[in-house]
Design a protein around this ligand. Structure first.
Ligand code: FE2
Length: 293
């Protein structure tokens, strides 16, 4: 069951059972990320690559990114398998979400597996929307035609990996606040209607979320040479051929939706009149581009 709120915000409660050891392994990866990127000296945290120094306090108020699909240091095989299963469970939630918004089906071309964020007490996020590319803080040369990936985000998914005191998702335009409860999966628009903030985590607690996105657009113009400006956008892959890739074409979304919803052809036509006139997003290799005629 999905609870729907205004502006396309929705929650599926207890969609996934999260074992304790998943959290322990994420925390190990978080510590490794800290050790790799930061030199800590008293109250000062210096970034290893940039050399920029910050107060340790200010850095502790930022969530740390962890990539569970590329565990570093390597974690157990069960860890990787669990995250594959979690991805699948999130996908099933999205299929149910689409029963409320079936016209969204053909706007979900590909999926970005995303990443986990770990927040310590006092950490939160200010109000933002997930398809903002950040023109205000990075210059044009670093963005245009290169790092515009977030402009293609259509739908955000968030799995709450653990319970948290504070760390709520507040959606001011939708007028809803959702606490972080273990195993819940949220879906919401990546655009301004789903703008959100994360309230500060309370003392003695911790927040762990796993974020993913569904988007549209070929991303062709956004590729950047490896390492340039610190951005490397990988090609979107067919999940059947490259299951480990981070970006997957959603080639079976149509049929998966029909299976999940159980809608008849007549119901499908009523809810989405042009559904059968369209095709699911497919990867079309460059050499096939002349076949359009
Ligand atoms: Fe966000």
């Amino acid at each position: 069951m999905i609870e729907h709120y205004p502006n396309g915000v929705a929650v599926s409660r207890k969609a996934i059972e999260v074992p304790d050891w998943i959290i322990e392994e994420l925390l190990e990866m978080r510590q490794a990320a800290w050790d790799l990127h930061w030199n800590i000296d008293g109250d000062v945290a210096t970034h290893v690559d940039s050399g920029d120094a910050y107060s340790l306090e200010s850095q502790r108020k930022m969530p740390t990114i962890v990539h569970p699909h590329y565990p570093d240091p390597p974690q157990s095989i069960e860890f990787t398998e669990w995250w594959v299963a979690a991805e699948h469970a999130i996908y099933e939630v999205v299929l149910k979400y689409l029963e409320r918004y079936p016209l969204l089906i053909h706007s979900l071309w590909w999926r970005d597996k995303g990443h986990a964020l770990i927040y310590e007490p006092g950490a939160g996020l200010t109000l933002h929307q997930d398809n903002n590319v950040g023109y205000s803080w990075v210059n044009r040369e670093q963005i245009v035609g290169r790092c515009e990936l977030s402009t293609r985000n259509v739908l955000t998914t968030t799995l709450h990996v653990d319970d948290c005191e504070g760390g709520e998702m507040h959606f001011p335009y939708a007028g809803v606040t959702i606490p972080a409860e273990r195993g819940d999966v949220l879906c919401f628009p990546a655009n301004y209607l789903g703008a959100h903030e994360v309230t500060p985590v309370k003392e003695g607690s911790r927040r762990i979320s796993y974020l993913g996105w569904f988007g549209q657009g070929s991303m062709e113009p956004m590729r950047s040479p490896k390492g340039e400006f610190g951005a490397e956008l990988v090609e979107i892959q067919d999940p059947r051929l490259h299951p480990a890739a981070n970006f997957h074409w959603q080639t079976t979304l149509d049929e998966d939706f029909v299976r999940s919803s159980g809608w008849t052809e007549d119901e499908m036509r009523r809810e989405y009149p042009t559904f059968f006139d369209q095709r699911p997003a497919l990867y079309w290799p460059k050499e096939d581009s002349s076949d359009d005629s």
